[in-house]
Design a protein around this ligand. Structure first.
Ligand SMILES: *Cc1c(COP(=O)(O)O)cnc(C)c1O
Length: 463
């Protein structure tokens, strides 16, 4: 099959061209417009037009690279102040290439023992950073899958026959609690686990957008009286909108009184555990039964890379273990875990390598620097905004929400910024007031970029 596999010489030629092109992209991301124009007809034509006969690899690759350059929001751009999508660090990009090439099958330990042990090591390190003394966990495609894993674990924990009978025979509807600021993947998890979206009872937030513990307790009491069965609380450590951190210790006390499962969605904020000044703030994370943590956000690896970690060492097994005749049995006498018995996924890519190669290259210390840098940039941004903008959120994370001190609508300013191609920002309502949301997720964002952004914003205030 030389046509499919090529030969060593032709592959070498193509690899080098690709490497040159990507290397240039990494060097020149800044010169591109951050966001493309969204002309669907044009893009769809670009996608469909050449597919009659094979183009040959050179032309095919140019076609794809040009499509990616022209028709993508360049999240690796240092002026992309967006939704946690990072610029992937270089070792992590290499790691994804290695993974695609070796294509290890992670379902069974015996097929990919190196990969399995790498992920187990990383799970141990992450769980330890969160203060878990004993832990189990699994890599997931993203926070949505990790949150769904949490809901399934909570169900299997609370309902002894859930794995065989599902919700049949349950006289009381299980209830999931999260704040009105929680991520909507919690709702999706409820829908796809057979609970239904109505089982998610949202709890109001205080002025700094943290879940109100008093309201939580009141709602739980009310629900018990109404004949519901409270199941779990999903606290958010770093909300997607404004970066607020729910008070885990206060919520834990309530959860503990009622014997519920406490899941902490730390998809973005979990990275604070790698910031020495924030270790006290992260201490309550150890009170959680389980945590979602996305590495493809602040930790700068390509999507999708998330972990679900839990202090309950039986629950993943209880939730996902099945046995089959066709899975390999070479390792059945070893004390190892086949990933397919721990996960929603079966065939699975080596998700953890992008984090492992980054940690091998920079050490966890490198991540401390990355996080410190983005936090310093956030402080600088707040200073630069100060003369003309009022900060409307209260977050330890590098998310700044703001409104003009003059009464000017931020929606229009946001549209103009995006249309300019010079930066990408968004709008998020804070206590009913539309605010500009600026999030620093790129380790390459420097003060000069922030000065440029604030100049652009101040210019638009006057126009
Ligand atoms: C991003 C995010 C999610 C969803 O994670 P994905 O990786 O996008 O699936 C869940 N919760 C929070 C708080 C998030 O910020």
């Amino acid at each position: 099959m030389e046509q499919i596999d090529f030969n060593i010489t032709s592959r070498g030629h193509v690899w080098h061209k690709l490497v040159d092109s990507l290397n240039q992209y990494l060097d020149q991301t800044e010169q591109l417009a951050v966001s493309p124009s969204l002309d669907q007809d044009e893009i769809s034509k670009w996608v469909r037009q050449p597919l009659q006969d094979g183009l040959g690899i050179d032309q095919a690759m140019n076609h794809v690279l040009q499509g990616m350059r022209q028709y993508t929001v360049h999240t690796p751009h240092p002026s992309y102040y967006g939704l946690f999508n990072p610029r992937a660090n270089f070792p992590s990009i290499l790691a994804d290439t290695i993974t695609a090439t070796f294509n290890p099958q992670m379902a069974a330990w015996s097929h990919s023992p190196f990969a399995a042990e790498v992920e187990r090591y990383l799970i141990d390190e992450i769980a330890q950073a969160f203060g878990f003394e004993q832990a189990d966990g699994v890599f997931a495609s993203g926070g949505a899958e990790a949150n769904q894993t949490a809901v399934l674990c909570a169900l299997n924990h609370a309902i002894p026959h859930y794995a065989t009978k599902g919700l049949v025979g349950q006289s009381k509807q299980p209830i999931i609690y999260c704040s009105t600021e929680a991520h909507h993947s919690v709702l999706k998890s409820a829908r796809s686990s057979g609970l239904g979206g109505d089982c998610v009872h949202t709890i109001n937030v205080d002025n700094s957008l943290k879940m109100c513990p008093e309201s939580l307790e009141k709602q739980i009491k009310q629900d018990i009286q109404a004949g519901y069965a409270p199941l779990m609380v999903v606290a958010t450590f770093g909300t997607t909108g404004a970066g607020s951190l729910d008070s885990i210790d206060e919520i834990h006390q309530i959860v503990d009184n009622y014997g519920l499962w406490l899941h902490v969605d730390a998809a973005y904020g979990g990275a604070l555990a790698w910031s020495p000044p924030h270790i006290p703030l992260c201490r309550p994370l150890r009170l959680a039964h389980s945590i979602t943590y996305d590495l493809h956000k602040w930790m700068s690896v390509p999507m999708g890379c998330s972990v679900f970690v839990t202090q309950n060492q039986e629950i993943l097994h209880k939730t996902f273990r099945v046995t089959t005749e066709y899975m390999p049995k070479e390792a059945q006498d070893l004390a190892v875990t086949d990933a397919f018995t721990h996960s929603i996924q079966w065939s699975r890519r080596f998700i953890g390598l992008k984090l492992y190669l980054s940690v091998l290259t920079f050490g966890w210390q490198g991540y401390q620097q990355l996080i410190a840098h983005t936090l310093t940039m956030k402080d600088r941004l707040v200073e630069l905004l100060n003369p003309h903008w009022k900060i409307t959120n209260d977050s330890a994370l590098p998310i700044v929400c703001c409104i003009p001190k003059e009464p000017v609508a931020v929606e229009k300013i946001c549209q103009q910024v995006v249309a300019s191609g010079q930066a990408w920002v968004s709008v998020y309502p804070i206590n009913g007031v539309a605010s500009l949301r600026i999030c620093i997720t790129n380790y390459q964002t420097q003060e000069s970029h922030l000065v440029g952004l604030v100049d652009l914003l101040n210019g638009l205030l006057k126009s």
